[in-house]
Ligand binder design. Structure first.
Ligand code: ATP
Length: 575
C-alpha cells in the first residue's frame, strides 16, 4: 500500500482543514449548524463565567478560613452551592450540544464523501489506480474523528480566548508582574513543545492510522476468503502475514509511546510548575501581609486558567497531532476523488485518448483499440463490429487475450484506448460476471438488485426461480424474506442461476455474460440460454464452452496479440 506524503503542522494543514470543513457550513444545513454552534458558544460563555465565579468563591472561603471568620466562610459556601446548582446543567448541556452537532456534521460529511465515492464509479477506479489505502477507514473513522475533533478543538480555542479575557483582568488587578511572567512562560513553552515534539509526533500518528487500517483490512480479507484459505491449509501463511502487518503497527506504536513519554515528561513538569510558580512569585507579598491568602489563591487560579488558555497547543499536543494526521488522510482521499472525476471529464483534446461511449438502440463498436488501465498492454486493435438485436455474439480466445476487458469497455468501466462504443443506455444493457454478486439482504433482494424499489409479487418472483431451475430454493430457506450470507450458503452453480434469474427479471435488451454459466452442466446452461431467446434478450457471451455456439449468431475470436477476427457461429470450428 502506497503511503501518502508525510504531513506537517503548518499553514498547508490549516488550508486542508478548511477545505474539508467549509462545505458543511455552506450547505443547506448551515442554519441549523450555525444555531447549534451559537448555542454551544453561549454555553461555553456560561461555563467560563461559572469558572470565574467558582474561582472567586474559592478565594473567598479560603480567606475566611485564614481569618477564622465563620460568617464570611458560610456565606461564601452558600454562594458556592448556588453557583453549583446553576453550573451543572450548563456543563452537561454543553457536551450534549457539542456531540449532537458533531454527529450531524459527521452524517452530512459521510453522505458527501459517499456521493463522491459512488459518483461515476470512483470506488471502482480508486481501487485500481490511485494508491489511496483503506478508503473504508477514511469514510468510517477519519470523518468521525474529523468532525468530533474539529468541534473539540474549536471550542477549546474559543474557550481559551474567553478564559483569557475573563481572568486577565482578575490577575492584572492582583499582580501585574505575574501577567508579564505568564506571557513569557507561555511563549517559551509553546515554542519548545512545537519544535521538539511537533513534526515527529504528527508523522508517527499519521503512520499509525495507516497501519491500524492495514491490519484490519488484512483481517477482513481472511474473513472474506475463509474457504479458499482453508482449502489451501493457508493458516500458517495468513497468520505470518498478519503478524508481519501487526509488527509494523507495533513498532510504530512503540515509537509513538516513546515520544509520548517524552512529551508527558515535559507536560507534567510544565503543569506542576504552573501550579506552584504563581504562589512562589507572589508569596513575599502574602508573607509581608500585603496580600490576603485567599487573593493569592485566586491569583494562582487565574494564572493557571490564563496559562492553559495560552498554552492550548502544548496541553493538547498529542491529540492535535493525531487530528492533523486524520486531516491529511481525508484530504488525500478527497484529492484522489477529484482527480478521478477530472480525468473522466478531460476531453480527447487534452492529448490523452479515451474510448468514447455513446447511447444507441443497438450495440456496435468502431475503430476500438483497448489498452489495459495502465496503458502498458495493447489488448485489441481497431475492432469494428455490430450486434443486432437477436443476433448474439460469442467472444472466444485464450486466457488473458482480453475477452473480459472487452466487456469492461462495453460496460463503460474501462476507457483506456481509443475509438467508439455505441450501446443501449441504462437498464437496457446488463452485465453478469462469473462470480455473481449477492448483496446483503433477503432472497427477494437478490432477485431485484439493484432496483430495490421495484414492486414485484412474490408469486412472480417464485416463478422466475422456477425458470432458472431453482424451484425449491425459497422453501429451503423459509421463503423469500429469508436472510442469509448467500455467497456462502449457495453453491456457485446455484449462485449463477440466481443471478441469471435477476437478469431475466430485469429483461435488458442486451446481456453481457462473462462465463456466467461456467459452473453449470450443459443441460442447465442450455435451458438458461433458451430463456434468453424467449425473452428477446441478446447475449454477448465470453465462454470456453463450444456448446454455446448455437445460442449466438457471431463469434469474435481474440488470439491475444491485439488482432481479431469475426465469424458466423454456424459452422465455426472451435479451437
Ligand atoms: N486492472 C488491470 N490492470 C492491468 N492489466 C490488467 C487489468 N485487468 C486485466 N489486465 C490484463 O489484461 C489482460 C486481459 O485480461 P482479461 O481479463 O480481459 O482476460 P480474459 O481474456 O478474459 O482471460 P480469462 O479467459 O482468463 O478470463 C491480461 O493479461 C490481464 O493480466
Amino acid at each position: 500500500m502506497q503511503s501518502d506524503a508525510a504531513p506537517g503542522f503548518n499553514a498547508r494543514l490549516w488550508r486542508r482543514f478548511l477545505a474539508i470543513a467549509r462545505p458543511y457550513w455552506r450547505s443547506e444545513q448551515r442554519w441549523r449548524a450555525a444555531s447549534l454552534l451559537a448555542l454551544l458558544i453561549v454555553l461555553l460563555l456560561g461555563q467560563t463565567a461559572f469558572n470565574v465565579l467558582f474561582n472567586h468563591e474559592t478565594g473567598e472561603f479560603t480567606s475566611a478560613l485564614a481569618a477564622r471568620d465563620a460568617e464570611r466562610f458560610w456565606s461564601a459556601i452558600g454562594r458556592y452551592t448556588a453557583i453549583l446548582v446553576g453550573a451543572v446543567p450548563i456543563y452537561a448541556l454543553y457536551f450534549y450540544v457539542r456531540d449532537t452537532l458533531g454527529l450531524r456534521w459527521r452524517r452530512w460529511l459521510t453522505d458527501h464523501f459517499l456521493a463522491r465515492y459512488f459518483d461515476q464509479r470512483a470506488y471502482y477506479r480508486l481501487t485500481a489506480a490511485s494508491g489511496i489505502d483503506n478508503p473504508d477507514q477514511r469514510i468510517a473513522e477519519d470523518i468521525n474523528a474529523f468532525t468530533q475533533q474539529s468541534l473539540y478543538f474549536s471550542m477549546i480555542v474559543i474557550g481559551s480566548v474567553m478564559q483569557l479575557i475573563a481572568f486577565a483582568s482578575v490577575l492584572w488587578a492582583i499582580s501585574q508582574g505575574l501577567v508579564y511572567f505568564l506571557v513569557g512562560y507561555a511563549i517559551v513553552s509553546t515554542w519548545f513543545a512545537g519544535s521538539v515534539f511537533g513534526r515527529r509526533l504528527i508523522a508517527l500518528n499519521f503512520r499509525q492510522l495507516q497501519r491500524e487500517a492495514d491490519f484490519r483490512y488484512n483481517l477482513v480479507r481472511v474473513r472474506e476468503h475463509a474457504e479458499p484459505i482453508a482449502f489451501h491449509d493457508g493458516e500458517a501463511r495468513e497468520m505470518a502475514a498478519l503478524q508481519r502487518v501487526f509488527e509494523a503497527l507495533y513498532g510504530n506504536f512503540l515509537k509513538v509511546l516513546r515520544w509520548q513519554f517524552k512529551l508527558n515528561l515535559f507536560q507534567y513538569a510544565h503543569s506542576f510548575l504552573t501550579a506552584v510558580l504563581p504562589i512562589v512569585i507572589i508569596a513575599h507579598e502574602v508573607l509581608a501581609g500585603e496580600l490576603e491568602v485567599g487573593r493569592a489563591i485566586q491569583a494562582a487560579g487565574a494564572f493557571v486558567a490564563i496559562l492553559s488558555a495560552l498554552t492550548v497547543i502544548v496541553d493538547h499536543f498529542e491529540s492535535l497531532s493525531r487530528f492533523s494526521a486524520g486531516v491529511d488522510r481525508l484530504h488525500a482521499f478527497a484529492a484522489a476523488l477529484d482527480q478521478q472525476s477530472e480525468a473522466l471529464q478531460r476531453s480527447p483534446d487534452d492529448g490523452v485518448q479515451q474510448i468514447i461511449t455513446q447511447p444507441a438502440f443497438g450495440l456496435s463498436v468502431d475503430k476500438l483499440t483497448v489498452l489495459t488501465p495502465n496503458r502498458e498492454h495493447l489488448l485489441i486493435q481497431s475492432l469494428a463490429l455490430s450486434v443486432k438485436p437477436g443476433e448474439g455474439l460469442l467472444i472466444a480466445g485464450a486466457s488473458g487475450s482480453g475477452k473480459s476487458s472487452l466487456l469492461r469497455v462495453i460496460a463503460g468501466l474501462w476507457t483506456t484506448g481509443s475509438g467508439q462504443v455505441l450501446r443501449p443506455a441504462g437498464a437496457d444493457m446488463l452485465f453478469l460476471p462469473q462470480q455473481p454478486y449477492l448483496p446483503l439482504g433477503n432472497l427477494r433482494d437478490q432477485l431485484i438488485y439493484p432496483q430495490f424499489e421495484r414492486a414485484i409479487s412474490d408469486s412472480e418472483l417464485l416463478r422466475w426461480l422456477e425458470r432458472v431451475n431453482l424451484p425449491l430454493l425459497a422453501d429451503r430457506f423459509g421463503g423469500l424474506s429469508a436472510e442469509a450470507d448467500w455467497g456462502r450458503v449457495l453453491s456457485v452453480g446455484e449462485q449463477q442461476r440466481l443471478a441469471f434469474a435477476r437478469a431475466l427479471l430485469a429483461k435488458p435488451r442486451y446481456l453481457l455474460l462473462d462465463e456466467s454459466t461456467s459452473a453449470l452442466d450443459a443441460a442447465n446452461e442450455a435451458q438458461l440460454y433458451g430463456q434468453l431467446a424467449d425473452l428477446s434478450i441478446t447475449p454477448i457471451s465470453v465462454s470456453h464452452h463450444a456448446s454455446l455456439l448455437r445460442h449466438h449468431t457471431q463469434v469474435l475470436a481474440l488470439p491475444g496479440d491485439g488482432s481479431w477476427s469475426l465469424h458466423a457461429a454456424q459452422g465455426y470450428a472451435w479451437q
